[in-house]
Design a binder for this molecule. Sequence first.
Ligand SMILES: [Zn+2]
Length: 285
Amino acid sequence: MTILAIDIGGTKFTIAVFESGRMVARESRATDREGGRDWMLAQIQEVAAGFLNNHRPARCGIGFGGPVLFPEQRIALSTHVGGWSDFLLPAHIEETVGIPAIMDNDANVGALGEALHGAGRGADPVFYMTLSTGIGGGMIAGGTVYRGADSYAGEIGHITIDPNGPPCLCGARGCYERLCCGLWLQRDHGRPAHLLLLDPAFVSQYVVNLAAGLKACIMLWNPARIVIGGGISKAGAALFDPLRAELRRQITSWTRARIDVQPAALGDDSVLYGAMELARQWRKT
Ligand SMILES: [Zn+2]
């Protein structure tokens, strides 16, 4: 099956074509925040139309960078770009590009990509976490996304790590995302995360909160593997070794739940592979 995959993030969007599970075309463009939703939709339509000259996708999968009400196939809201709230994006794609489309939030879609085609292959269930500008999470069990009752499962970014901590953009205090994501690391410490993580003294402090969030995930869900993607995950062993050690220190003494934490394997393409998989699994009613 030929599938069109779309990854819409805060700073860029990427469109790819997959044939029988293999990526055969890919184009990425920067997001113009000023342009807003309609500008971006026109860009997406233009890139997709270019691909349609050489490919005939039967379906389209979309990973969107914000909460999605999955049963309704509706964007709940976007914190990055205005105008997306309540938008029926797949219906719009079907109308303008002519391909039936299905969408989920990019953390769930990235989780699907990593679980089935990346660092989570062979493990079940898999918890995937994006650790970049913000923090998102996705739960994959039996090869499909676990979404919970209202499409909000896996939102690890806003579990409380420190109830007396600094205010998060969501209005609560001391959220996991507020204490550990790239945006706030830079604001709190005056340097971008990838530079901060070169300092072993900084890392040894940073992993205390980072492990606390993953401990909650392990105690609650006992994943066979945790896969971490996003810009900060590119720090490699300098981050993952102290993180695993801190998790072993924090984890409840009597649990035999495994601690298997791996960096993502698909780089910037986790969401594209997941979008392909989402479309492939789609049981149209
Ligand atoms: Zn929050």
